[in-house]
Design a protein around this ligand. Sequence first.
Ligand code: MG
Length: 160
Amino acid sequence: MLRIGLGRDVHRLVKGRRFLLGGVELPAQRGELGHSDGDVLAHAVCDAILGAAALGDIGELFPPSDPAWKDADSMALLRSVYDMAQQAGWTLVNLDCVVCCEEPKVLPFRDRIRQSLAQALEVSIDRIFVKGKTAEGLGPVGKGKAVEALAVCLLEKAAI
Ligand code: MG
């Protein structure tokens, strides 16, 4: 049995915060504002997996109103989400992602980000892809005020 999942997230970019994508810190003037560490890509991937497995969504499982998730390591959240999916019998077939921001450039860090996600999700790097896009100066992403991430994943489970 196969199930597809989609995730999307947006975070404001502000000075004095780290810019994290899939557990990798990129050098940047501004970083992601968030209750957790703000890793927009990790959050989008969590929601893609949760959606495919029909297990909820990240805001429901790790609510920003709960102080337990203050400055939370989003890759630890991702590992716990994938653990839930695995316990329900799912394994990841592949994951494809898009990160939209004006800066920094994602491409020089792409393979480190892929490796970081592959390690968290216990798959080989060829099952994970990440692309960087700009917004051509349009909207909050284009003005450098925000970063957006989209993720789509395929999960499989042996038919019973
Ligand atoms: Mg988020």
